[in-house]
Design a protein around this ligand. Structure first.
Ligand code: ATP
Length: 234
C-alpha cells in the first residue's frame, strides 16, 4: 500500500533521514521505533507531505505522492494523528471532529462516521460541546484519533499516541489502535513504547539517527537481543 524508497530529508544542513526505505502492506500494522531524535516524526511528516525529501520517492497505492501537496494526500486516504495530541484547543469536541472531515463533501457519510467515532469514544460524545483544551490528556488523544478517523483514511499515521499517558490509558489506546486496524484501516505507528508497539504490530522497523538499522516481523524483533537491550529495558 505504501512504499518509501530511499528518501533523504534535510533540515537545512542537518541530514535527518538517510536513504530511508520502508513498506506498509495493506491491512497491517507497521511500527517504527527509535530513540528521541531518531527521525520518527520526520518520517511521518514526509509521508504526509509536510516535508519534502531531497531525493527518493514515496508511492501510495501505486501513485507517486512525493510531490503531492498535503491536503491532496489527505484526500487520497492518508491521515495523521500528530504528536502531542494537537487538538484545536479553542474549538469544541464536535468542531474538532468536523475539522477532520473538512475535505469531504459526503454529508451523509460524515454524519455516519461521526456517530461511529462517538460509539467508539463515548466520553467524547458526552463532552461534544466542551472546549478541546479543557479535556484531559487521554481524552485529547482520543479526540486526535477521532479527528483523524473523520477523514476516513485507508492509511492512518500515528505519532506516539501513548506519550504522557498513564499505563491504564496506554493499554486502552493500544486496544483502540488494534480495533481500528481490525475494522480495515492500515496503520503506521511511531512509538517510543517499543514493548506495546511490537506487541500489536505485524512488522517493525528500528530507526537510529535517520537510518533503518533493523527490520522484520514484530514478534521476531521482540526476541532480538539488540532490540531487547536498546528498547525493551534489557
Ligand atoms: P522524538 O521521539 O523525540 O519525537 P523523533 O524520532 O520523532 O524524536 P524527529 O523529530 O524526526 O525525531 O527529529 C529527527 C532529527 O531532526 C533530530 O535531530 C531533530 O533535532 C531534527 N529536527 C527535527 N525538526 C527540526 C527542525 N524543524 N529544524 C531542525 N532540525 C530538526
Amino acid at each position: 500500500m505504501l512504499k518509501v524508497n530511499e528518501i533523504d530529508v534535510y533540515y537545512g544542513a542537518i541530514h535527518a533521514l538517510k536513504k530511508l526505505s520502508l513498506e506498509v502492506e495493506q491491512g497491517s500494522i507497521v511500527t517504527l521505533i527509535g530513540a528521541n531524535g531518531a527521525g520518527k516524526t520526520t518520517t511521518l511528516k514526509t509521508i504526509s507531505g509536510l516535508l519534502r525529501p531531497r531525493s527518493g520517492s514515496i508511492i501510495f497505492k501505486g501513485v507517486d505522492i512525493t510531490k503531492v501537496p498535503p491536503e491532496k494526500i489527505v484526500a487520497m486516504g492518508i491521515s495523521q494523528v500528530p504528536e502531542g495530541r494537537r487538538v484545536f484547543a479553542g474549538m469544541t469536541v464536535l468542531e474538532n471532529l468536523e475539522m477532520g472531515a473538512y475535505l469531504r463533501k459526503d454529508k451523509k457519510g460524515i454524519a455516519k462516521d461521526l456517530e461511529e467515532v462517538f460509539d467508539r469514544f463515548p466520553r467524547l460524545k458526552e463532552r461534544r460541546k466542551q472546549l478541546a483544551g479543557t479535556l484531559s490528556g487521554g481524552e485529547q488523544q482520543m479526540l486526535a484519533i477521532g479527528r483523524a478517523l473523520m477523514a476516513r483514511p485507508s492509511l492512518l499515521l500515528m505519532d506516539e499516541p501513548s506519550m504522557g499517558l498513564a499505563p491504564l490509558l496506554v493499554k486502552e489506546i493500544f486496544e483502540i489502535i488494534k480495533d481500528i486496524n481490525n475494522r480495515g484501516t492500515t496503520i503506521l505507528l511511531v512509538e517510543q513504547n517499543a514493548h506495546m508497539a511490537l506487541s500489536i504490530a505485524d512488522k517493525a522497523y528500528v530507526l537510529e539517527t535517520g537510518e533503518i538499522v533493523l527490520s522484520g516481523q514484530a514478534g521476531e524483533l521482540m526476541k532480538s537481543e539488540e532490540v531487547k537491550k536498546a528498547y525493551l529495558g534489557g
